[in-house]
Design a protein around this ligand. Structure first.
Ligand SMILES: [Zn+2]
Ligand SMILES: [Zn+2]
Length: 175
């Protein structure tokens, strides 16, 4: 994985060293561009890509993060369960405080590192649709045999019988 541009050093893509900004005057800001394929934000959140630019600014309160990231979650269609990338755009606007206090959610670490992982994860989860579908007219799976109806009808549909009788018919076929 190549380090993010603009001279920031990080061991992981979402960890930014803001020491340079903190050691210079207030009001200084930098842009950090992301273009990362196949990023595991956390164990349960995998992205097909993460792209975009964040402006990070040194304010009297800390480091302000502003910008927009385009990403796509690796997920599956709610109806037909086909794996799919779910594209999302998240807007970030958050202060990482340099005055740690019990209520501060995001804090600049003592090593001048800010870890964007929890923030990015939170925003992506909020932006994720509850029931993503591969297409608005996805036909889903046959409730009886599990056939993907986008690939054409299954035999159950041709039979068009009461599911209770389908089980009997299945048993009869087996005999
Ligand atoms: Zn689908
Ligand atoms: Zn079927």
């Amino acid at each position: 994985m190549k380090p993010p541009p603009n001279g920031f050093v990080s061991n992981r893509v979402l960890k930014l060293n803001v020491g340079f900004l903190l050691s210079h005057g207030l009001g200084l800001s930098r842009e950090v561009a992301f273009d990362v394929p196949d990023l595991a934000v956390s164990d349960d959140l995998h992205l097909a890509y993460l792209k975009g630019t964040l402006r990070i600014s040194h304010t009297s309160e800390g480091i302000l993060i502003q910008g927009e990231l385009n990403t796509a979650i690796k997920g599956e269609c709610r109806r037909c369960l086909t794996p799919m990338d779910i594209p999302l755009t998240v807007r970030l606007q958050e202060l990482f405080t340099i005055h740690p206090n019990p209520t501060a959610e995001f804090v600049v670490g003592e090593d001048a590192i800010i870890d964007l992982t929890p923030l990015v994860r939170e925003e992506i989860i909020i932006a994720t649709p509850i029931a993503p579908v591969c297409s608005p007219d996805c036909a889903g799976l046959c409730p009886q045999c599990g056939h993907n109806l986008n690939e054409g009808p299954c035999e159950c549909e041709l039979d068009d019988i009461d599911p209770r009788f389908a089980i009997l018919q299945q048993l009869r076929k087996q005999e």
